[in-house]
Write a protein that binds this ligand. Structure first.
Ligand SMILES: Cc1cc2nc3c(=O)[nH]c(=O)nc-3n(C[C@H](O)[C@H](O)[C@H](O)COP(=O)(O)OP(=O)(O)OC[C@H]3O[C@@H](n4cnc5c(N)ncnc54)[C@H](O)[C@@H]3O)c2cc1C
Length: 222
């Protein structure tokens, strides 16, 4: 049974399927250096805060989150840049892809400057989204035609857009997860991956409340 599950975007999700460790695992790992173990909640919590504030980050590597993620391919491309973690993804060579595409509610307009967006005018938004949806349908029809004609799945998939949903398992330790959250919940990150980062952060806060508390303080300092 999932430890956490939440829908993200129109067809995606974040599921926490396994977790090992927690705040006390951080304390244990840190105190081994002086031959000691966990003590009182107050002292242990202060130690967690001290470790993160002073960038003694290896004790956080002993807490491990295993997620099942479903997101559009363009989000996964950004996600997979985070190397300090483990991935296994559904294969478009071995399985037939499902007709599931991400359709934004509003297309963002951008003027010159990076990271500055506005909403497209309503009528134009509606019209362009209709065209986007049509292009998804046409691409998927061609994919199916290619398969019906005996083309291998690994070739047929080349016509599918980046908006197609993919799935993967992602195992990540708390140290690397904090790096991900720092970068991907930031307003400079693309809005779509920010939605996933916010969901992951809710998991992180629930599983490691002391670490999350100090992480939030550090985030506001950066
Ligand atoms: C807003 C935004 C815009 C971006 N734009 C682009 C872009 O235009 N083009 C692009 O290519 N990428 C882009 N990226 C991706 C970015 O460059 C990183 O690849 C990504 O954020 C992963 O970060 P990371 O390397 O810290 O994570 P991880 O790969 O998980 O690494 C974690 C940490 O481990 C250490 N580490 C890992 N590998 C090495 C190594 N080989 N050598 C030394 N230390 C290592 C580093 O301390 C690193 O911070 C963007 C990211 C963001 C958030």
């Amino acid at each position: 049974m999932d430890l956490f599950a939440e829908n993200v975007l129109d067809h995606g999700f974040v599921r926490l399927v396994d977790f090992m460790g927690g705040d006390l695992a951080v304390v244990q790992a840190a105190r081994v250096s002086v031959g000691k173990d966990i003590t009182t909640p107050d002292r242990d919590r202060k130690l967690v805060h001290f470790l993160l504030e002073n960038r003694h980050e290896t004790p956080f590597e002993h807490s491990l989150f295993k997620f099942h993620i479903k997101c559009p391919i363009f989000v996964a491309r950004q996600w997979f840049r985070h190397r300090i973690s483990s991935y296994n993804e559904i294969s478009g060579r071995y399985t037939e892809m499902k007709e599931e595409f991400y359709l934004p509610q509003t297309l963002r307009a951008q003027k010159n400057k990076n990271y500055v967006y506005t909403a497209l005018e309503e009528k134009m938004n509606e019209e362009l989204l209709r065209q986007v949806e049509n292009s998804y349908q046409q691409a998927f029809q061609l994919y199916q035609t290619l398969l019906q004609q005996g083309v291998a799945k690994e070739h047929a998939r080349i016509v599918l857009p980046l908006a197609l949903y993919t799935e993967f398992y992602w195992s990540v330790n708390a140290r690397s997860l904090m790096n991900f959250l720092m970068l991907r919940s930031d307003p400079h990150a693309q809005w779509e991956i920010q939605q996933y980062a916010q969901s992951l952060e809710r998991v992180f806060a629930a599983q490691m409340p002391w670490t999350h508390e100090i992480f939030c303080k550090m985030k506001t300092k950066v």
